[in-house]
Structure formats: C-alpha cells, structure tokens
Write a protein that binds this ligand. Structure first.
Ligand SMILES: [Zn+2]
Length: 490
C-alpha cells in the first residue's frame, strides 16, 4: 500500500471508504449472527428432533456399540451421515466443567452460562429458547426424558430459573408459560403438594425419600384445567389423543440410581422409545411442524455411579428411540435429527480384557481411598464376535472432554467440524427459521433482577435482515469506491 502515492483528497476518500467498508462489514457480521449466515441459505427444516444423551461421550457410544452390534457395525445414532465434535465448557466462576443445566441452556438458547442456571445467561438475563421460538412460529413442541420432566436438560428448553433445583417453579412455567404440547417423563413429586402422593406412592421402598413437594399447589390439576390430558402409565399414554399430553411416570427419575447390586434399576414404566413414538405421533399432527427434545438421563446417572451395565442398557434405549426418529425423518424428508451428549461423564475408556501383564486396574473396595479413582467393569461380550471388552472409569464426575454429535436432515451438513455447544442452537433455530423470534408467552419479565430482554429480542427478525442487507450493500459500495480509487492512482 505504501507504494501507492495519492493526493491528499484521494487518501481521504480512500480512508473514508475503507472505514465505511470495514465498519459496515463488521456491523454486518456482528448483527447478522456470528458466522452461521450459511444456515439461512440451507434447506429449511420443518421439524427438529434433538436427542440429548446425558453424559454421552465417545467411549459411552463405543461401549453401547460393542454390546449392541459389536466391533464392526454402527449404532443407529452413529450411522447418521454428519458428525461434529462439541465443546461443552460452561462459564461458571468455579469450574469450566459443565453441568447439565449450563450445557442444556447453551443448546436451547445459544448462550454460555454458569452451572445450575436454566434458561438464563451468565448475567441472569432470560434468554428465549428454540422451543419457545418454535412455539411462537406456530409449531408444536415437546419434551421427553427418563429424568424428571423438570430436571435441568428438559427444563432449559421451557423455563427460566437461576437454580435447577426449583423444579416446581419449572413445572409451573411449563403449564402457564412455555406450554410444550407434549411433556413426558418422571418427577411427579414436583407437581403434587405434600400429602397428595399422586399416582406413585410417597416414600416407596426403592427410594424412601421420594415424596410430593410442590409448594404451588396441585399443578397436575392446573395442567388439566389448561387442556393437558394427564396420563401415568403405558396404557394411558397409548390411549391419549392429545393435542396436549402430560405424562408423569415416576416420583423422580424413571429409574433408580443405587450402588450396583443394591437396587440399581433401569426399568422405566414407559420406555423411552414408546415415549418418543407417542410424542412424534402427537406433534406431527401440526402442519406447521414441531420441535422435540428427547433426553436419556440414565447414561449420566449410571455413569456417575460407574455402573457400566445400566449405562449400556440406557444407551440402547436411546438408540432405539433415535431409530424411530430416523425412520420418521427418512419418511418425511423435512426433519433435522440431532444426537449429542451434554458432556462426558466418568472419564470412561474402552479396554480389552486384562492380560497377566496388565492386571485389573480397578481402585479396590468401598472405603479404600482409591475406590473412586478408577473402577473397571466387565468383561462384557462384544456382540457378533468372540471378543470381550472392559469399561474403565476414572472419575464419578463430569469431564471436560468434547462430545460427538451426529445429525441427519435439512441443516445437518452445518453440524460438521468442531464447535461450541451454543452453535447447536444457532443451527436448529436457523434451520427452523425462528432465529430472532421472541417467545410467544412467558420468557419475559419472570426474572426480577434481569432488566428484561435478551439481545436477540432487541431486533426483530426483519430488522436484523434489513440492517444486514444494508450493511452488505454499503460495504460493497465502499469497497468498490476504494478499488476504483486505487486503480486511478495506480
Ligand atoms: Zn448432563
């Protein structure tokens, strides 16, 4: 550039046009949505089905694969054509290793937040979720989980609280504000006040701490008044006609996470595949499309207990559910299906069976100080082969490892590569065409100290596009003027 001699006015013009060009190009990028502009050009997805395997890391997928189809075949969830790797770190003051709440908020709303936060950003601002935005666009919505329906992963799609433990408040927000059309899972205890056991008895033998604890009255009755059909078992779910269904199938989680051999149970009253199928049958009645999030929680909770057998069992149920969604997507062609973990758990590795030279590395008996350091489970038979494998855990906590994502359908090609979990929101919202949309109801003004709207709400969708187009045009004009200037002085 120094070679180009210019008269003073020419230099002024050059600097001015360059500044305008760069400035508006920057504005375009900032306002236009940080690098996923290409999502807007891809095919539109009428529907999105997001599967969250809670705690589903690479080795979890590999273990489930080995036990189910063996070393040389793929699970359904791993056979989807597009794959990415997802960073899960949260912005908690104490740690970067995320919990389920912060990770689910990142995927639901596209913001990093602190652990325990549900549907709010790191400054406690309410952020609209893709479920709420889909609803505002006229689509049907649903949450399905083997955990409490009000537990963090599902909650981040339909509620806004500072503490994930506020599960009754989350239930209230579901039925009064975000109103997912289909709500299926456990957690009945948060919907009934103390003394009203509901369909599942208080203080059952398998977990005596389970009891009704709503401090906002009978929320099941309130849900029924607002049009929800309430069901509590497989037959009831089968018979339900919708369009709004609330199914609560356990006091808390739909399984029991107890030490291995001491009451660890994974036998949901209604299986995850059946819940998934019913949700699809119900939501697909809306011609405007739907958004559905399906979570398998036991992968995380069994992983936290280093319980390999039930990690596999839960993972197989998730894979069967994905198969149902994939069949739906294959038949309809307008559905984006995503499978992803919210974080890894347990620091799991898959190993061959121990040889004489490499003895059992498991940490020892309960009470031993190394008991939590490394536990091994197995050997397990690898399907369709003569091989066996061992699952080796290094922690009972979450880890900071990236997690794999697989996807199929419109927009799935945008999910290749390596990115943060917030990007999943951007792709889902852009593919559904709901980016920038405000929530239909709720999602505003619930948090007293927030001061209001999320950044996405400040501009409407149309104004973002206007500013973007204007920015591009002015930027191009500036660039053109600059080029012409250069050619003249050359
Ligand atoms: Zn989790």
């Amino acid at each position: 550039m120094d070679r180009v001699r210019m008269t003073k006015p020419a230099r002024l013009v050059r600097n001015w046009t360059l500044a305008v060009g760069v400035g508006l190009a920057t504005l375009t990028v900032v306002v236009g949505g940080s690098g996923v502009a290409s999502a807007q050009e891809s095919a539109t997805a009428q529907n999105v089905i997001l599967f969250i395997g809670d705690g589903l890391g690479t080795a979890q997928r590999n273990s489930i694969q080995l036990a189910t189809v063996g070393p040389y075949e793929r699970l359904v969830m791993d056979s989807l054509p597009y794959e990415g790797m997802v960073g899960t770190n949260s912005v908690d003051p104490e740690t970067f290793v995320t919990d389920s709440a912060a990770s689910a908020t990142a995927m639901a709303s596209g913001v990093k937040t602190y652990n325990g936060a549900v549907g709010i950003d790191a400054d406690d601002n309410v952020v609209p979720t893709v479920l709420e935005q889909a609803k505002a666009a006229g689509k049907s919505t649903g949450v399905v989980t083997t955990s409490q329906v009000t537990d963090a992963s599902a909650a981040a799609f339909g509620s806004h609280v500072e503490d994930r433990d506020e599960q009754t408040e989350i239930a209230r927000q579901y039925i009064e504000e975000s109103q997912p059309d289909v709500i299926l899972g456990g957690g009945e205890d948060y919907w009934y006040p103390e003394g009203e056991p509901g369909a599942f008895p208080d203080n059952p033998p398998e977990d005596e701490e389970e009891q009704s604890q709503s401090d906002q009255g009978n929320l099941v009755a309130q849900a029924q008044q607002t049009g929800y059909e309430y069901v509590t078992d497989a037959a009831g779910l089968q018979a339900a006609t919708g369009p709004r269904i609330l199914g609560l199938f356990a006091n808390q989680e739909m399984f029991q996470q107890n030490p291995e051999g001491e009451g660890d149970i994974y036998e949901p009253v209604v299986s995850l595949p059946r819940m998934t199928q019913k949700a699809l049958d119900t939501l697909s009645g809306n011609e405007a499309g739907f958004f559905l999030v399906v979570e398998e929680e036991a992968i995380d909770e069994m992983g936290s207990a280093n319980n390999s057998e039930l990690t596999i069992k839960a993972g197989q149920q998730m894979d069967e559910s994905v198969a149902i969604a994939k069949d739906y997507a294959d038949a309809n062609g307008d559905t984006l299906v995503i499978t992803v973990g919210d974080h890894e758990v347990g620091g799991l590795t898959v190993e061959e069976t121990d040889s004489e030279e490499e003895p059992d590395e498991s940490g020892g008996n309960e009470g031993d100080e190394t008991a939590d350091v490394s536990t091994e489970d197995g050997p397990f038979d690898a399907a369709n082969s003569d091989y066996q494998f061992v699952m080796d855990w290094t922690t009972t906590g979450h880890t900071g490892s990236d997690v794999p994502l697989t996807a199929t359908g419109p927009g799935a090609e945008l999910l290749t590569g390596n990115y943060e979990n917030t990007y999943i929101y951007e792709v889902m919202a852009d593919s559904l065409g709901v980016t920038g949309m405000s929530a239909a109801s709720g999602a505003t003004g619930e948090m007293p100290e927030t001061g209001g709207m999320a950044p996405q709400d400040v501009f409407g969708d149309a104004s973002i596009q206007l500013v973007t187009v204007g920015g591009i045009l002015l930027g191009l004009g500036g660039l053109l003027a600059y080029v012409m200037r250069l050619r003249r002085t050359d």
